[in-house]
Design a protein around this ligand. Structure first.
Ligand SMILES: Cc1cc2nc3c(=O)[nH]c(=O)nc-3n(C[C@H](O)[C@H](O)[C@H](O)COP(=O)(O)OP(=O)(O)OC[C@H]3O[C@@H](n4cnc5c(N)ncnc54)[C@H](O)[C@@H]3O)c2cc1C
Length: 401
């Protein structure tokens, strides 16, 4: 076992931290208050090269390992959840899943532009009446000659109004048993006729980020845009979640760290009864819990990154990291508000934003309840994973990637 971050990890950590503090934090309170997603942040993220993290150099990626993606997510979410969400949907759910399931032709066609940030990818699974129970989705894809015709609606889709391409899962065989075997995955481009998106307004958190709905009205998708075989869609979606949940679990550690950044300063500045509140034992308990969440959270996501490097199936470990780290983040943000007293209750300090943002991560990419059930099922023996038909390429990447 080697727990040390490599020099490359350190460099990427510093780079992502600087990006967050220099490109995301300025003006953030206002953007969050006014619910404005700034497209420039996305563009600068592309220019910085961070959108190509953990993708092979062959496709314009940084060639760094999968732990690096987690580190980038941690440091970016230390600035704001909205920028980590970009990494989650573009790099995790979209690009890595394309790397995992795409044919050589599909990877060469799409990944180089995605890695550079010339194109942005997103992920459409959730529907108005199918979230946790994605198998009950209604979006239909009907084969017609050399293409499929898509009809339906997806909702709560991050980057719905900014992404150029969407990894969309639809029902191709409504009579399949089990239902999961009747689904297929497609890459749908924004400029395809019959596609449009619309933003969701009035969100509790991730207010400086874009979330919305996708509408498909007789969208003709060529067969070359199907990811995996017909009927593989549910497996593609589940492996995409292994990539996305990893980024959410790593990012959650960034919220804990941001809470510590804010609280470690505040407890020394604020005096009650002539004494710094950092000297009060109940305040110390909250700080100690945050430190535990940060350290345990890192170990959980580093392990998942390591398993990705080894090419191992890691659905159980990834669910654990996502579930626990999101709990740590929410508890840390809740306590950070407490430590700031009334000042934690307004946006003069960032902790109220951490509180609202950390709540969202307990819902998306599997709710707290879904992960609880998954962990119990693994433990009791009701759930067992076999390797996917296509696994992520191991790292260091080979020539055949
Ligand atoms: C900010 C944000 C961004 C998102 N981005 C994306 C995205 O990019 N792409 C995408 O596809 N989706 C996205 N989502 C959607 C998200 O993944 C779903 O909201 C989530 O899976 C939960 O589905 P639901 O909202 O339909 O809740 P439901 O499934 O209706 O659940 C409602 C409640 O019932 C509980 N519940 C459900 N099933 C069970 C069960 N079996 N046992 C016990 N309790 C249960 C849930 O835990 C929850 O408390 C996003 C959501 C948010 C909030």
């Amino acid at each position: 076992m080697d727990f040390a971050l490599t020099q490359e990890h350190q460099l990427i950590k510093e780079m992502a931290y600087k990006f967050g503090q220099q490109e995301v934090v300025p003006g953030l309170t206002e953007r969050d208050r006014d619910a404005v997603a700034d497209r420039k942040v996305l563009d600068k993220l592309g220019e910085s090269g961070l959108l190509g993290v953990s993708l092979p150099a062959k496709y314009n990626g940084s060639d760094t390992d999968y732990v690096s993606l987690g580190i980038v997510c941690e440091e970016l979410e230390r600035a704001d959840s909205s920028v980590r969400v970009i990494m989650s949907v573009h790099s995790g759910l979209h690009c890595l899943t394309l790397l995992q399931w795409g044919t050589a032709e599909q990877k060469s066609r799409w990944l180089p532009d995605l890695a550079k940030g010339n194109k942005i990818g997103a992920f459409g699974l959730t529907e108005p009446n199918a979230g946790s129970d994605a198998v009950n989705m209604k979006t239909r894809a009907v084969r017609d000659g050399d293409s499929y015709v898509l009809n339906g609606e997806k909702t709560w889709i991050s980057l719905s109004d900014y992404a150029d391409s969407f990894l969309v899962v639809a029902v191709t065989n409504p009579d399949a048993t089990p239902k999961a075997a009747g689904m297929s995955a497609f890459i749908v481009h924004r400029d395809m006729e019959g596609f449009h998106s619309a933003p969701i307004k009035g969100k509790l958190g991730v207010r400086a980020g874009n979330t919305g709905s996708l509408f498909f009205e007789n969208v003709r998708v060529p067969i070359e845009n199907r990811l995996g075989e017909e009927g593989d869609g549910f497996k593609v979606a589940m492996s995409a979640l292994d990539n996305g949940r990893y980024t959410v679990g790593a990012g959650a550690v960034g919220i804990v760290t941001a809470c510590l950044d804010a609280c470690n300063k505040y407890v020394r500045d604020r005096k009650v009864g002539g004494e710094e509140i950092g000297r009060k034992q109940l305040v110390q308990q909250m700080i100690a819990n945050m430190a535990a969440g940060r350290d345990i959270g890192r170990l959980l996501y580093y392990q998942v990154g390591w398993m990705k490097n080894q090419g191992l199936r890691h659905t159980r470990e990834c669910s654990m990291a996502k579930w626990q780290n999101c709990n740590f983040a929410f508890q840390a943000a809740h306590d950070a508000v407490e430590i700031h007293g009334a000042y934690g209750f307004c946006d003069e300090y960032p902790v109220e934003r951490y509180f609202r943002n950390s709540r969202g991560a307990m819902i998306y990419e599997g709710t707290r309840e879904i992960h609880t059930i998954m962990q119990a099922e693994y433990e009791i023996g009701y759930r067992n994973d076999k390797p996917f038909k296509h696994m992520l390429p191991t790292w260091p990447f080979g020539d055949d990637v």
